[in-house]
Design a protein around this ligand. Structure first.
Ligand code: PLP
Length: 733
């Protein structure tokens, strides 16, 4: 409970975290507000903010895509020019007004509206949301894939809805790797160093006014963690960081590497996340009413909360305390196969959690039994997913189909069915600017605060042909410009001649139907399925009347050799006589590349091996931009496909072995492209517009803008997980 608030405010207003000041940027009078804005990631989903930062220093903005180094690097002379520029000052003050309106005006948010019409929907205390990665913006690479992007979008929507919400994660100095592809198609990875003073991070302030530190006991030593705050609109995200001078040199790198490979190091990392995360919240006086574990990495938060209960009442058995803290804990599972789950060998658990075992007088076998996976093996490792499924009050999977598979997989463990809350995307973060303007103008869909509900979205069908085609072509032009710049850099690095570099300009064809495919190159995603029959593909791409091109991007995990081989195969094909100039592979897939692709291609291809894609969200990002999918009926598409908004590759029955499945899926993909998709794309009405295609685009947007938004998703989390968990709360703080 937050007691110190004015009585007119609801009990559970947005969470505020006291911080030490950020960098002093010496901003001129009238523009001080830009400093506050730079420290709030709201700027990342405000279309105007990026434009304004670019006007301050376009080359610094292009280089960092992060306002903090831009503002820090601007000198007095440049500020004098800007403050004398009336247009700039008017635009800056408009932007700052918009920012302050967003932060102030919670009364119009979904949460306040829902609560004011039904007080039963009020959360008595905030939601604490734990995740190992957060994808908020490409300038803060503490994410690696779909899980992190979803967590970031969840926070942004919680902010839009003014939900009392605080997120907890880790600050990795080495996060998402950068990818280059060399002239032979080999993936090269390098790890940029994330430097906190250059990121929108401020230190949380402890009760004594100095930078907050939390301590976590490890065998024979105490490890301390600094606590950074990244402000995401109204939502604070706490990031723990063990890289501080008072730690032993051997403990400082615990939080250095995202998904570190060493198993013991990973365990230490997750102890910091779970146990340290709870301690950070407590030190800041936050007593959550619901604990949301987004994937199993943060499972140890349950251990810390149980320890707290036992410390208060030493007569209480630990098993009982663990059961109690589970009552207001909820869990989201993201992996469809047990192999994707986090497990730790018993010896590592006994060693690293020794302080916890002794403090709680817990018999280690008792805890390890609670973490038994789907196995009877006597000395089975501790399975984080199994542990949380047993302990948490409720659990959800991330699509309808995934809920069925997960319920079946975890039958013996969960004790209850795993419900479905299908993933969504934060529309303001993923909608291209031209379409955003069009939706605002044509159907009054405002993204300035919260997606208001399904109503305005149902009018997308009324957006006119010329407007929709025009906005889409604009986004496609932006993608082509971006892709050609990236390719030119890659070709130059490979030592191509000036003539070849000159030809890169104009390589991509605005009038060609453009197929997009971008994701992690995990092998189950089958990035090379479309290359199954190279000649058939070449024929399909090079029809001069109906030109088609393919743009791909994606990283393979540095340890995933088969994934890297797929990249190499596609790269080689993209340079072959057969496919050159028709197939393009872009380097360094990240949120920025994703934004260009999902907004600018004509059709989104998704062909995982069913049912291994728990949800997938890139197809949703494309759909809100009016880009239909051609996809296997897996993840979100299994429920999202309605016959009008794109195409389904194959059916729902498996066809035996992987090779047979690949063969059949590839054949069906070619057939769909040849007989349905390409003809529809190139069919023009007398007025020159592809009306049938535009209908498919409208159907794609209409079916996704609300139904697959994180706004709809968040409302479901509140109503189906958070509120029921709060009601379960007995004496648990
Ligand atoms: C959206 C996104 C993902 C997740 O997309 P999938 O469809 O789940 O593959 C991964 N990485 C980035 C950079 C993204 O933007």
């Amino acid at each position: 409970m937050i007691h110190s608030r004015e009585s007119c405010e609801p009990v559970s207003a947005p969470v505020e975290i006291p911080t030490l000041p950020g960098f002093d940027m010496n901003l001129p009078s009238g523009l001080e507000g830009l400093g506050e804005l730079a420290y709030n990631l709201w700027w990342s989903w405000s279309p105007r903010a990026g434009q304004l930062f670019g006007r301050i220093d376009s080359s610094a903005w292009a280089r960092y895509r992060n306002p903090i180094p831009v503002l820090r690097g601007t000198d007095a002379g440049r500020w004098a020019e800007l403050t004398a520029d009336e247009d700039f000052m008017v635009d800056a003050s408009r932007l700052l007004d918009e920012f302050h309106r967003y932060l102030d005006n919670g009364s119009d948010s979904w949460y306040r509206r829902a609560v004011s019409s039904d007080s039963e929907r009020e959360l008595p205390a905030p939601v604490a949301y734990f995740c190992a990665e957060f994808g908020l913006h490409e300038s803060m690479q503490i994410y690696s894939g779909g899980l992190g992007i979803l967590a970031g979008d969840h926070c942004k929507s919680a902010s839009d809805a003014a939900l009392p919400f605080v997120a907890v994660g880790l600050l990795y100095r080495h996060g998402y790797f950068r990818q280059q592809i060399d002239a032979d198609g080999h993936q090269e990875h390098n790890q940029p160093y994330l430097d906190p003073p250059n990121l929108p991070l401020r230190r949380a302030r402890g009760k004594d006014g100095s930078a907050l530190r939390v301590s976590v006991d490890f065998p024979g030593r105490t490890v301390r963690a600094a606590v950074w705050v990244a402000q995401v609109g109204r939502v604070p995200l706490l990031l723990l960081d063990t890289d501080i001078a008072t730690n032993d040199a051997a403990d400082r790198p615990i939080t250095e590497i995202l998904y570190v490979r060493g198993r013991e190091m990973r365990l230490c990392q997750e102890i910091i996340l779970g146990i340290g995360g709870v301690r950070a919240l407590r030190a800041l006086g936050i007593q959550p009413g619901v604990w949301h574990l987004n994937e199993g990495h943060s499972a140890f938060l349950l251990l810390e909360r149980a320890r707290e209960l036992v410390a208060r009442d030493p007569s209480r058995p630990i098993r009982d305390a663990l059961a109690e803290v589970g009552r207001n804990a909820v869990f989201t599972i993201h992996t469809p196969v047990p192999a994707g789950n986090e497990v730790f060998e018993r010896g590592l658990m006994l060693k690293n959690l020794a302080p916890w075992f002794s403090e709680t007088a817990c018999d280690p076998d008792e805890l390890l039994e609670l973490g038994r996976g789907n196995t009877d093996e006597p000395r089975a490792p501790f399975d984080m997913t199994a542990f949380v499924l047993r302990q948490a009050a409720d659990a959800n999977a991330v699509s309808q189909l995934h809920a069925l598979t997960a319920t079946e997989t975890w039958q013996g463990v969960a004790g209850h069915p795993i419900m479905a809350i299908t993933n969504g995307v934060h529309v303001a973060s993923w909608l291209g600017r031209p379409l955003r303007r069009l939706y605002e103008r044509a159907i009054g869909l405002s993204l300035a605060s919260d997606l208001p509900g399904p109503e305005p979205v149902s009018h997308v069908g009324k957006v006119g042909d010329a407007d929709l085609w025009g906005a889409h072509r604009q986004q496609k032009r932006e993608l082509i410009g971006f892709a050609e710049r990236r390719l030119a850099r890659q070709f130059a690095r490979h030592g191509e001649s000036p003539d070849v570099l000159r030809q890169v300009q104009g390589q991509l064809d605005l009038n060609a139907m453009t197929i997009g495919f971008a994701r992690r190159f995990a092998t189950y995603k089958r990035a090379d399925l479309i290359f199954h029959d190279e000649r058939r593909l070449a024929a399909l791409l090079s029809n001069p009347e109906r030109p088609v091109q393919v743009v791909l991007a994606g990283k393979a995990h540095p340890a995933d050799r088969p994934g890297q081989q797929v990249i190499q195969r596609i790269f080689t094909l993209s340079r072959s006589d057969l496919l050159r100039g028709r197939v393009f592979i872009l380097e360094d897939y990240d949120m920025r590349v994703a934004r260009f692709l999902v907004g600018g291609v004509d059709i989104w291809l998704n062909n995982p091996r069913r049912p291994l894609e728990a949800s997938g969200t890139s197809g949703i990002k494309a759909a809100i931009n009016g880009v239909p999918s051609v996809s296997i009926l897996d993840g979100w598409w299994d429920e999202g496909f309605n016959g009008r908004n794109g195409w389904a590759i194959g059916g729902r029955e498996p066809l035996g072995e992987d090779e047979a499945q690949d063969e059949a899926d590839a054949a069906e993909l070619y057939r769909l492209l040849e007989e349905e998709i390409i003809p529809r794309f190139f069919e023009r009405e007398a007025d020159g517009f592809p009306r049938a295609w535009l209908d498919t685009m409208r159907a794609a947007a209409e079916a996704s803008l609300w139904q697959f938004s994180t706004a709809r998703m968040l409302h479901e989390y509140v109503d189906r997980l958070y509120l029921p968990a709060v009601r379960e709360r007995v004496s648990v703080a």
